[in-house]
Design a protein around this ligand. Structure first.
Ligand SMILES: [Zn+2]
Length: 238
């Protein structure tokens, strides 16, 4: 796949992309493709220290610093709070507009089986919205995007029940991924306090695990969404 593509990575919360596909995004950028990162929810539930508005503000800033590391565009939230990602008409329109704004050839998003409702509903909404976003008769804020993008599902956090079908070697971009995730200081602290979980260690362990499967040092794994007309007879991932 030599054509320059537009890539849209969509995570439910401001740090999901960094955890699960940032190494691949960095490779896309290095290969000259255009990358847009989007988080759907404000991330306003994830703090013991400050209120929802303050943590949302902090997290938007952290996401911006992370996107800047690879020079990606950032779409900071679709006007939803944590836990508000339901599959309904109103949210489908939000996602339609996201697709039309970012104009992707390829979307990376959550797996349809995941541990958190915001995650698997984000995957569902991407699937539904990215077909209708191509039709001009559904009017939203942005004009129709005449491409039905390929969708690749990224691993759920900790990789539970996920068996990748395609792997991306992120050995050369792994430290960029670490740098990006490190911008999410509020969440590194929150996850340690709340779950006793070190996210920087987690991406190293998981990256090594997928890397072992693919015969490289670090990898990220993906499952392509197989449905008409998204299947391509060539590889789209780096
Ligand atoms: Zn999340």
């Amino acid at each position: 796949m030599k054509k320059k593509m537009r890539i849209l990575a969509v995570g439910a919360h401001p740090d999901d992309i960094e955890l699960c596909c940032a190494g691949t995004l960095a490779r896309f950028v290095h290969e000259g493709h255009h990358v847009t990162m989007c988080f759907v929810c404000r991330g306003d539930a994830a703090s013991y220290e400050v209120g929802p508005e303050e943590i949302a503000r902090i997290r938007a800033k952290e996401a911006k610093l992370s996107a800047e590391i690879i020079g990606a565009d950032l779409i900071a939230g679709l006007g939803l709070g944590d836990g508000e990602v339901y599959v309904n008409r109103e949210n489908t329109i939000r996602f339609l507009d996201l697709i039309r704004q970012a104009k992707p050839d390829l979307v990376i998003t959550h797996n349809e089986e995941d541990y958190l409702q915001d995650h698997y509903n984000t995957a569902r909404l991407i699937f539904e919205a990215s077909l209708f976003s191509s039709t001009d008769n559904i009017k939203t804020s942005y004009p129709a995007h005449p491409v039905v993008p390929a969708i690749f599902h990224m691993q759920p956090y900790a990789g539970v029940n996920f068996c990748p079908e395609e792997y991306v070697d992120i050995t050369d971009t792994f430290e960029t991924k670490v740098k990006m995730l490190s911008q999410h200081k509020s969440q590194l602290e929150f996850m340690k306090e709340h779950f006793g979980d070190d996210m920087l260690e987690a991406i190293r362990v998981e990256g090594r695990f997928w890397g072992r499967q693919a015969g490289v040092k670090y990898a990220e794994g993906f499952i392509p969404h197989r449905s008409y007309p998204r299947i391509k007879p060539y590889r789209m991932l780096p």
